[in-house]
Write a protein that binds this ligand. Sequence first.
Ligand SMILES: Nc1nc2c(ncn2[C@@H]2O[C@H](COP(=O)(O)OP(=O)(O)O)[C@@H](O)[C@H]2O)c(=O)[nH]1
Ligand SMILES: [Mg+2]
Length: 252
Amino acid sequence: MTLPPAYGRASPGRLRSLSVVFPAFNEEDNIVPAVQAALEELDLRGIPGEVIVVDDGSRDRTAAEVAGVARLDQRVRGVSHADNLGYGAALMRGVRESRCEHIFLTDADLQFDVRELERLEAYTDDYDIIVGYRQRRADPLHRRVNAWAWNALVNRMFRLGVRDVDCAFKVFHRRVFERIGVASDGAFVNSEILARARAAGFRVKEVPVSHFPRRSGVQTGAQPRVIGRAWVELGSLYADLRGLGSRRPPSA
Ligand SMILES: Nc1nc2c(ncn2[C@@H]2O[C@H](COP(=O)(O)OP(=O)(O)O)[C@@H](O)[C@H]2O)c(=O)[nH]1
Ligand SMILES: [Mg+2]
């Protein structure tokens, strides 16, 4: 499938084509409803597009479930990592696989309502990046407190200027990823993308979105392994942006 960038309606604030990217780790109960909701949204709004699921070494039936829906709808594509490489690695794999003019990065765990894409779409003509922020975050108190501190820290260190860095409801024009390179394989990826995009001068708009409790599957965002990796990647980016890094900056 090749989608010409100018395909579809030309009215202002409308998506001409959209790649929906779901990173998924052990989401066998959530992934099919998540993909179906995305397809319905594309259909309802008449947006040509594709849905890409990056199964990041899941040990459950996630990949098989995706293969099932992909057989029924050719807009759906599943790619799998043999091992669990991390949230950032999966997200960026999805970006590399994507072919549409805009890229919608969201989660596969049904904690967001894909129908609220319309709120972000309204700004796609005037901004390169539109990010959601969770009006009322449906996570346990300790997660909300940690997230508040983390947001304050990364905003200050990298001048991100967004109130909910890790809100998994973001639309990017693909020119952003053609310009910036991203090195983080873990959960720090959201901060890195925004820091590099801001530094490159891309325009960012924030929009409120709803958030719902996870009904099935296990939340991994607060595991010590995930948090430890985010701290290491934060240090790498800081060193890189200050020109102290021993590693080469990533290429786009
Ligand atoms: N690719 C990848 N995705 C993950 C990993 N851990 C979680 N995810 C996905 O990332 C999204 C958010 O994960 P979740 O555990 O709910 O994080 P939280 O909402 O921040 O607590 C879901 O779509 C998960 O399937 C991982 O190790 N690799
Ligand atoms: Mg979640």
